[in-house]
Structure formats: structure tokens, C-alpha cells
Design a protein around this ligand. Structure first.
Ligand code: E4P
Length: 218
């Protein structure tokens, strides 16, 4: 399973990249705003800064909601760097735009996926990735992991190339469960990625090893 980090924070992106396990980055307009990145040029510059840190797919989201606008914005985003993936919302105009980009060989990430039907449509349009929002479904008492499993089954039935990018991941168990289901990619915050490394028995064991080493070398 590929690991993407879901943030526009350059320090977090650097830290995850330095761990050597980072495959890509996802952003969205809210994550950009959270970092205080506003204004078209600043946003474009920020994507370039991310692309300089990580050698992997970087999802950059369009703001337009009409087909022509999405195509215009997406083409510009894709021209910025070879690793930019155009992130398109799951709306009817978005499906048309995904189909257009797929014909042009431009990679897309269909975002705001909350149902298997939406995932099926996006795959038929030729999306490179689809982003089912796991945590946001959990937030409304609906099992987000069930959706990931349902989409896995459908994509495998028809050998769709579209990759399942489990998004809105909130904690380490989400990551482990996504790996069990066979999600192609997960995107989550640095905290969830780092939490995978934690185990109290690892800490206790290491302390013991270091203490025994120190005793033996007195
Ligand atoms: C997807 O790519 C989104 O950026 C993201 O995962 C949404 O996560 P949230 O529900 O934590 O905002």
C-alpha cells in the first residue's frame, strides 16, 4: 500500500519524506487555507514547493465546478510539474472533466467519494485515483471501511485500473484496516503515520537493551 500524506504543511511533508516511506501528497483547499496559503499564485508556488520535497504524485484540487473551468484549471495545474495529479470533485461536470483528462493522459484524483456508485462512475471515466472519505463517513455513523471493501470488490470484478486512495484517514487502525482490505493507497496526517511505529514494548525493550549494554561496558 502506498503512503500519501494529507497536508499542505511543508515541515510535516519533509518529516514524512525523510522517513523514507512517503509515496505522495494530497492537499485540498481547506488544508491550503489552514497553512495560510491564499491567492492563486501563492497556491501554485506552494504546489511547486511540495513537488520539490517529494518525488511522487501530488494532488492539486480545482476550484471550478463547471466542466470548462475544471479543464482550464486542471490543464494549468498539470503543466506546473510532472507529478501533479488534478483533483476533481465527484459531480457530473467532474466526471466529464475526468474523462477529458484521461483521454489526454493527465492523471486525476476524484475526490469526495462517499458511495460505491460514485466510485464506479469515476473508474468508468478513467480516474487514476478515487478518494473515498473514510473518516467523514465514520463521523456520520457509517462504516467507512465497508465502503473501501465494497469498492475493492467492484474494481477487482472488472479489473479497473483506477486506484483506491483511502482518504480522510484519522488514526493508525484506519491505515492497518485499509491495508487488510487491499486499498492501493492511503492518505493521512503525519500523526497517524508516526503512530504506526509506536509500541510500549518496543520502548521498554530498547531501554532494557541500552541499560544492559551500559552495565556490560562499565
Ligand atoms: C482527501 O484527499 C482529503 O484531503 C482528506 O483526506 C479529507 O480529510 P478530512 O476528512 O480529515 O478533512
Amino acid at each position: 500500500m502506498k503512503f500519501f500524506i494529507d497536508t499542505a504543511n511543508l515541515n510535516d511533508i519533509k518529516e514524512a519524506n525523510d522517513m523514507g516511506i512517503l509515496d505522495g501528497v494530497t492537499t485540498n483547499p481547506s488544508l491550503m487555507a489552514k497553512e495560510g496559503i491564499t491567492g492563486e499564485q501563492n497556491i501554485l508556488d506552494h504546489y511547486m514547493a511540495i513537488c520539490k520535497i517529494v518525488d511522487g504524485p501530488v494532488s492539486a484540487e480545482v476550484i471550478s465546478t463547471d466542466y470548462e473551468g475544471m479543464v482550464r484549471e486542471g490543464e494549468h495545474l498539470a503543466s506546473l510539474h510532472k507529478n501533479i495529479v488534478v483533483k476533481i470533485p465527484m459531480i457530473p461536470e467532474g466526471i466529464k472533466a475526468i474523462k477529458y483528462f484521461s483521454g489526454k493522459g493527465i492523471k486525476t484524483n476524484c475526490t469526495l467519494i462517499f458511495s460505491a456508485g460514485q466510485a464506479l462512475l469515476a473508474a468508468k471515466a478513467g480516474a487514476t485515483y478515487i478518494s473515498p472519505f473514510l473518516g467523514r463517513l465514520d463521523d456520520v455513523s457509517t462504516n467507512g471501511l465497508d465502503l473501501i471493501a465494497q469498492i475493492r470488490l467492484i474494481y477487482d470484478n472488472y479489473m479497473f485500473d483506477t486506484q483506491i486512495l483511502a482518504a480522510s484517514v484519522r488514526h493508525p487502525m484506519h491505515i492497518i484496516n485499509c491495508a487488510e482490505i487491499g486499498s492501493d493507497v492511503m492518505t493521512g496526517p503525519l500523526s497517524a503515520i508516526k503512530a504506526l511505529a509506536k509500541h510500549p514494548l518496543t520502548d521498554i525493550g530498547l531501554q532494557q537493551f541500552l541499560a544492559d549494554h551500559a552495565k556490560g561496558n562499565k
